[in-house]
Design a protein around this ligand. Structure first.
Ligand SMILES: Cc1cc2nc3c(=O)[nH]c(=O)nc-3n(C[C@H](O)[C@H](O)[C@H](O)COP(=O)(O)OP(=O)(O)OC[C@H]3O[C@@H](n4cnc5c(N)ncnc54)[C@H](O)[C@@H]3O)c2cc1C
Length: 517
């Protein structure tokens, strides 16, 4: 009945066959893949990009929200609170940087204090632990110099490295048997009997088709396009961009706790705030602007000006040279611009096709909620295709090498410990990224662990190279040399992010080759 596009009978005989196909390798798709890797189901993930976390999951504030902002009983409230509660252990198990810094939501006038009280009641109803309304003097003991008259303190708010969380979930799923198909853009989904789907993908080698019994649509900004492939057109995704400035680490000790304004009711975000990354950079943002193109991740001059001015007000010691980078992430909102605000996450199976599950509108707090979303989706799948736990599932990484598996780079550890690492592997003493002090040993280990195409951004997301002040000016030529000398990759084959972004256009002259650093 649903015969939308390509499905040739002859071709289907050689098709790879899976129980469950997940579309989208963001934090949500990766968390679901990891949860399903605990079972004997044959699982595949299709991702249009060359790596995981190249979508929204690599472009957000990295805040593990407490759950004060969401309507009691909503999916956002339930899944956020559950995700927050489990995040610390998950990050410990998977060596992902996580810190429970806490957050102040600050009121600047009397009308906002009423909203703070409402947020506290809502948070209490959602089961958020430890909420407290603080007077200005109490606020300033937590964050000296902060303006405002009252604040809601949520001690369970945390920060996580969102790229590393996504990568760790995906890598763990991979080690436990999940198949990953990168550079596979899902173009069509067809079904003949409601219990089996043919998923058509465009790839570098042409069009490929795969078979699966269950499909999970985690395509975020393109989830409505995927839904339309099976004629599920109930929701529109409205892209809404949030731009950020990244500040130099010089300022890291200026912020002890996350600081947010009281959000306005019709805003589609939580207001421009100051957050800290687990690496110690302060982020100013995100803005809140509906746009037409879901893939337009540009930073724009007018928004950058606003962020700069706001930053100067919030942190008076800020200098122009402290702004080191900008980036933008795009929210997949289900509320149109004229309405603003938020709607709940939509996690639903399609009434006429129960074996396809759509996840729509997974905007904030999608990062926090991802592990709880994964449990919920696994439950929905279990109702359709009874799942059996795998006996050989490994709760931690198989190649659990203490030398490399650390949440933070070697430079974070005491000198004596670093000395031991260097004695065990002298490459720990060869610093490739000077800004972040990342060693050759860590870069080589990151490259060896990649389970899809190797890209510079993929190496960066795993090892933190080129995230400092020079933004890769010093280290990228050295990474190129490692890729050539240690992995035999030619410069013409090195991609920044994927096949559309080769790092080199060609060679100027025949040189004597690459020189090790
Ligand atoms: C500005 C901003 C700030 C945020 N801050 C926070 C925060 O502090 N805390 C928090 O909890 N949440 C936050 N969020 C929300 C959070 O980032 C998202 O909810 C979460 O990352 C969504 O993950 P995802 O896997 O659904 O999406 P993505 O990471 O976008 O993954 C979807 C994947 O699907 C792939 N895809 C799409 N179409 C196809 C196709 N046809 N074929 C194959 N693959 C396809 C994409 O390439 C992409 O990789 C923020 C979001 C934004 C935009």
């Amino acid at each position: 009945m649903y015969l939308f596009t390509y499905a040739s009978v002859g071709y289907t005989r050689f098709m790879e066959n899976f129980d469950i196909a997940i579309i989208g390798a963001g934090v949500v798709g990766s968390a679901i893949a990891r949860e399903l890797s605990k079972t004997t189901a044959r699982v595949v993930v299709f991702e249009q990009h060359a790596d995981v976390a190249f979508g929204i999951s690599g472009r957000n504030s990295g805040v593990v929200h407490s759950g004060i902002h969401y309507k009691p009983g909503s999916l956002r409230a339930r899944l956020d609170v559950a995700g927050n509660a489990g995040m610390e252990k998950l990050c410990r198990d998977l060596y992902v940087p996580f810190e429970r810094l806490g957050k102040l939501t600050v009121a600047f006038d009397q009308s906002q204090t009423m909203e703070l009280e409402r947020l506290k009641e809502q948070g209490d109803a959602n089961g958020v632990p430890g909420l407290d309304l603080l007077e200005s003097s109490q606020m300033r003991t937590l964050q000296p110099g902060i303006a405002g008259i009252k604040a809601l303190h949520s001690p369970t708010t945390g920060i996580v490295n969102p790229m590393m969380l996504t990568i760790a979930l995906a890598e763990h799923a991979y080690q436990n048997g999940v198949s990953w198909k990168f550079l596979h853009t899902v173009e069509s989904i067809t079904t003949e009997n409601h219990n089996s789907f043919i998923i058509g993908c465009s790839t570098l080698d042409g069009f490929r088709s795969y078979k699966a019994s269950i499909v999970v649509n985690c395509a975020a900004l393109h989830a409505n396009k995927i839904a339309a492939m099976t004629a599920f057109n109930e929701h529109t995704v409205y892209p809404c961009r949030g731009e950020y400035y990244v500040l130099d680490k010089r300022l890291k000790d200026e912020l002890n706790i996350l600081v947010y304004p009281v959000p306005s009711a019709h805003s589609g975000g939580l207001g421009i705030h100051l957050t800290k990354t687990t690496e110690g950079n302060i982020l100013i943002g995100p803005s809140n602007e509906y746009i037409d193109d879901p893939d337009d991740e540009s930073s724009t001059r007018p928004v950058m000006e606003i962020l700069k001015n706001e930053g100067n007000e919030l942190l008076p010691s800020l200098q122009t040279s402290d702004f080191i980078r900008s980036f933008a992430g795009i929210r997949p909102k289900l509320t149109p611009p004229e309405k603003g605000g938020y709607s709940d996450f939509v996690i639903t199976s399609q009434p006429d096709l129960p074996n396809i599950i759509h996840l729509l509108g997974i905007e904030s707090p999608g990062l926090t909620s991802a592990p709880a979303i994964a449990e919920m989706v696994t439950g929905l799948i279990d109702n359709r295709l009874p799942l059996k736990l795998k006996r050989e599932w490994k709760p931690s990484f198989h190649d659990n090498d203490e030398l490399y598996r650390r949440a933070y780079p070697a430079s974070h550890y005491p000198l004596a410990e670093r000395q031991e690492m260097i004695e065990a592997n002298p490459d720990f003493g060869s610093i490739i990224c000077r800004c972040e002090e990342i060693s050759k040993a860590e870069i080589v280990s990151a490259i060896k662990r990649m389970f899809g195409p190797i890209t510079i951004i993929g190496i960066k997301n795993r090892s933190r190279i080129s995230t400092g002040r020079c933004q890769g000016g010093f280290c990228i030529p050295r990474i190129v040399s490692i890729l050539h000398n240690e992995f035999g990759i030619q410069s013409k084959d090195i991609w920044l992010k994927g096949p559309d972004s080769p790092l080199f256009e060609g060679t100027l002259r025949q040189s004597g080759g690459y020189h090790d650093t």
